[in-house]
Design a protein around this ligand. Structure first.
Ligand code: FAD
Ligand code: EPU
Length: 338
């Protein structure tokens, strides 16, 4: 069941070639427990892998990569709403489309996000005005140290923008095995996100009677118009988080750059990192194997299938330049391994 020296290139959407000392694909909780015991006996670090769409391999991985391939999902209704329970290895977009095709609303804004549902809580995936935490009920996870299963309610997960307890206090402590969501019984379309409201306004649709399928189609069309498909142009989606700054900093920047794109986020402001990178002159730049996507400057691409170091060097240069020009720090969104 455990393989040696596996090239991870087919297992990450940046298509970086890097070898894993050990690799296991697990389809059952028992296999997962055995894989954890194997790593424990040899004091190996563990990399739980979904679709590999939010990682950057900066070199060979000296531990055990566990591809979480637990399958199965179900939807039932109770008083609170439509309860969706899915094993961690289910493809996120396939689940979204299954709900939409069943005329259940609630996940349509999150259509076409690559990866598996088991990774969705790690960074609390979000798009077009909706985040996973808006639909989240609970998850089940296996503790790496003991192999024991534990349930986490929403309040245990400390979700925030692109963040959760699994990137903080509980980083590398658990492998998520199941995710449970609740879709509302009374659905309402969320189309406030500027690109989405503009798209809908351009259709011949009755905005008072939108369906989840229409919103999903809008999201898919918008995404396809600017985000590269990893199969065609390797990438990891947004390479940096949108930086959050206080009102004072925002107003100073806005005075200097009146066309700055920013969204209110509580007492603070979320700046569009894509705008900052674009304005700094990086959109469409190509450097050897890697580059900056020409339609979305927040997306770094790896068309020449270069090494992780090429990607991270480019990212560092962009972040340094944006800091020099705007005084704003950019933090990478994908996690670097090892
Ligand atoms: P991986 O890349 O395999 O893993 C990501 C992290 O989660 C790693 O640290 C990994 O160890 C950990 N992990 C994975 N599975 C488990 C598990 N079962 N238990 C514990 N830890 C685990 N993200 C958004 O939020 N919004 C977007 O709109 C969006 N658009 C994207 C568009 C493109 C073209 C691409 C390539 C990426 C995009 N992303 C987006 C990022 C990415 O798709 C999400 O973060 C997704 O949830 C990652 O899923 P994955 O299965 O590929 O995770
Ligand atoms: N912009 C530019 N130039 C660019 C890119 C963007 O001026 O090169 C401007 C756009 O014109 C727009 C604004 O920046 O006014 C925001 O752009 P966009 O709507 O494309 O969204 P984003 O902030 O770049 C975020 C998420 C995406 C998510 C979309 C939709 C982060 C880090 N990224 O991107 O998530 O799909 O919003 O909600 O929050 C991901 O996390 O991997 C990801 C793709």
């Amino acid at each position: 069941m455990i393989e040696n020296d596996i090239d991870l290139q087919p297992h990450n959407t940046l298509a970086i070639s890097a070898h894993s000392a050990f690799f296991a694909r697990v389809e059952t909780l028992e296999q997962l427990r055995e894989a954890l015991a194997f790593a424990r006996d040899r004091s190996l670090p563990i990399l739980p892998l979904g679709g590999g769409s939010n990682i950057v391999l900066t070199g060979d991985y000296p531990g055990l990569v566990i591809q979480v391939d637990l399958r199965g999902f179900s939807i039932r209704s109770d008083n609170s709403g439509h309860i969706l329970e899915a094993a961690a290895g289910e493809n996120w977009h396939r689940i979204v489309m299954a709900t939409v095709q069943g005329e259940l609303g609630g996940l349509e804004n999150l259509a076409l996000i690559p990866g598996k549902i088991g990774a969705a809580p790690i960074q609390n995936i979000g798009a077009y005005g909706v985040e996973l935490c808006d639909r989240f009920v609970s998850l089940q996870a296996m503790e790496i140290a003991s192999g024991e299963l534990r349930n986490f309610a929403a309040k245990d997960c400390s979700f925030s923008y692109r963040d959760s307890v699994f990137k903080g206090k509980l980083r590398d402590k658990y492998i998520i095995t199941q995710v449970n969501l609740c879709l509302p019984k009374k659905w309402q379309a969320h189309i406030d996100y500027p690109a989405l409201s503009q798209y809908v306004a351009g259709q011949n649709w009755n905005v008072d009677r939108l369906t989840p399928s229409q919103v999903a189609q809008a999201v898919i069309d918008i995404r396809n118009s600017k985000l590269p498909l990893p199969d065609k142009i390797p990438n990891a989606g947004s390479f940096f988080k949108n930086p959050i700054v206080d009102t004072h900093s925002y107003l100073n920047l806005k005075a200097e750059h009146p066309d700055l794109v920013a969204f209110a986020a509580g007492d603070c402001w979320k700046l569009a990192a894509g705008w900052l990178i674009d304005r700094a002159g990086w959109r469409g730049v190509r450097r050897d194997a890697v580059g900056v996507h020409e339609l979305q400057a927040l997306v770094l691409v790896n068309p020449g299938r270069g090494a992780g170091a090429e990607v991270t060097r480019l990212a560092e240069d962009i972040a340094e330049d944006v800091h020099a020009k705007f005084g704003v720090s950019l933090e990478p969104e994908p996690r670097y391994y090892p």
